[in-house]
Design a protein around this ligand. Structure first.
Ligand code: PMP
Length: 407
């Protein structure tokens, strides 16, 4: 008789290979987190270089105090949805603060960033609409399109020209609208969308532009609003989504719009209505972090400097980097086994980065993905560079070990 789990046999083989080489990359346990840049695995202190903690605010005193105070005054959870008992004055206040920051009349706060895209994309696109989505779209954008009856068309990654062609081919969308979905900075390669060009193409065809700034809100733009602000087109974006789990150092998400009619979707978005709202402490920490973002020019310039330092250093060593310098620096490796072995070696040598392998990566690439923080110092970057330098010299021995382990 077959088992429910038979279909996972190929996956089990991959996991077994990982375990032979070292530890399960999808199951790392941190035994302690010391601050925004240091953790502990077992007895080893680890430099954190793969946490999306872009502004380093997870241990910011004001954000921590705000979260502590919220627990004391409003408890540990809301025990209800935004459309029932789970909308507190603080949820609404955070929506207002984000709307003001982005200069938009409407903003809706969700329980996670994942649910934000799920809810908003499915809430915006109806059966007659067409979603045009970047080829490298994040899983939650893809999943959002699956919750709608809208048809979905993918265009070439970061290519306004390809989008233009596809919108032209589609012509007038009978009885419906076009919703174009892109990201600001892409999470795997750290490459940046030409948002200004996407605005032109989308609006020329009468479509709506939706941009996920999960990795760019707080990180780019003079006041931290993201790539759209950096490229001078913030006021032309129809919908901006973001998460609290990266630069805002909390958990939750938001979607803002220059269309005040967006508010009506609160009444139909399933991942907004049928889940508990974000906890008081998550909301309070994010609210305090928004103020840090607005005043965070020094954090953004430190982050930029560190990114340039690391990018230049890795390039000089001959590493194949996936994009220009940005807070995400992805080092391309020849295959999954080599990447896994190197990733383990880096942890054993005190540096945590992300191991990113297909199918979650663009171009089926195997990556050592580094994400930097404004809390990283010049010395931290030197330590990462030192580890990557030694990794090169350890290559021969590592290959022999891998062959023995996989034999
Ligand atoms: N959008 C993008 C582009 C992401 O990379 C992620 C998560 N890494 C999300 C949305 C979801 O955010 P969260 O983890 O806060 O749910």
């Amino acid at each position: 008789m077959s088992s429910l789990f038979d279909k996972y046999a190929p996956l089990q083989t991959r996991v077994d290979m990982m375990m032979k080489i070292g530890q399960d990359a999808l199951g790392v346990q941190f035994d302690d987190i010391l601050d925004a840049t240091r953790g502990r695995i077992g007895n080893r202190e680890i430099l954190l270089a793969g946490t999306n903690n872009y502004l380093g605010l997870t241990f910011d005193e004001d954000c921590m105090k705000a979260a502590q105070k919220a627990v004391e005054s409003h408890g540990t959870g809301t025990t209800g949805s935004r459309v029932a008992n789970g909308s507190y004055a603080e949820h609404i206040d955070l929506e207002k603060a984000l709307a003001d920051h982005l200069g938009m009349p409407s903003c809706i706060v969700f329980t996670t960033g994942y649910q934000t895209n799920l809810a908003a994309i499915a809430g915006l696109a109806g059966d007659k609409d067409v979603i045009f989505m970047d080829a490298d779209a994040h899983a939650c954008i893809i999943d959002g399109t699956r919750l709608t009856g809208a048809s979905t068309i993918r265009f070439r990654h970061n290519s306004p020209e390809d989008l233009d062609k596809r919108l032209k081919r589609r012509g007038e969308i009978e009885g419906g609208n076009a919703l174009v979905v892109i990201e600001g900075m892409y999470s795997m390669f750290g490459d940046i969308a030409p948002v200004d060009e996407f605005v032109d193409v989308t609006h020329r065809h009468g479509g709506y532009l939706y941009i996920d700034e999960a990795h760019s809100y707080g990180v780019f733009g003079p006041t931290g609003c993201g790539i759209a602000e950096e490229q001078g087109v913030l006021d032309k974006i129809d919908f901006i989504s973001g998460t609290f789990s990266k630069s805002l150092a909390s958990v939750g998400g938001f979607c803002a719009s220059r269309h005040k009619e967006f508010e009506i979707t609160r009444k139909i978005m399933r991942p907004y209505m049928f889940t508990a709202s974000a906890t008081p402490s998550n909301i309070a920490a994010a609210r305090a972090a928004v103020e840090k973002v607005k005043a965070g020019g020094h954090l953004r310039s430190n982050l930029k400097e560190r990114a340039q330092q690391l990018h230049a250093g890795l390039k000089e060593m001959g590493y194949d980097l996936c994009a220009d310098a940005s807070p995400v620096i992805a080092v391309r490796r020849p295959n999954e086994a080599v990447a896994a072995m190197e990733w383990n070696w880096l942890i054993e040598n005190g540096v945590y980065v992300n191991l990113a392998v297909p199918p979650g990566t663009p171009q089926s690439s195997s990556l050592l993905r580094i994400s930097l923080s404004a809390a990283h110092t010049e010395e931290n970057i030197n330590a990462i560079l030192k580890a990557f330098g030694e990794l090169k010299s350890a290559q021969g021995e590592m290959m022999q070990n891998m062959a023995a382990k996989l034999a």
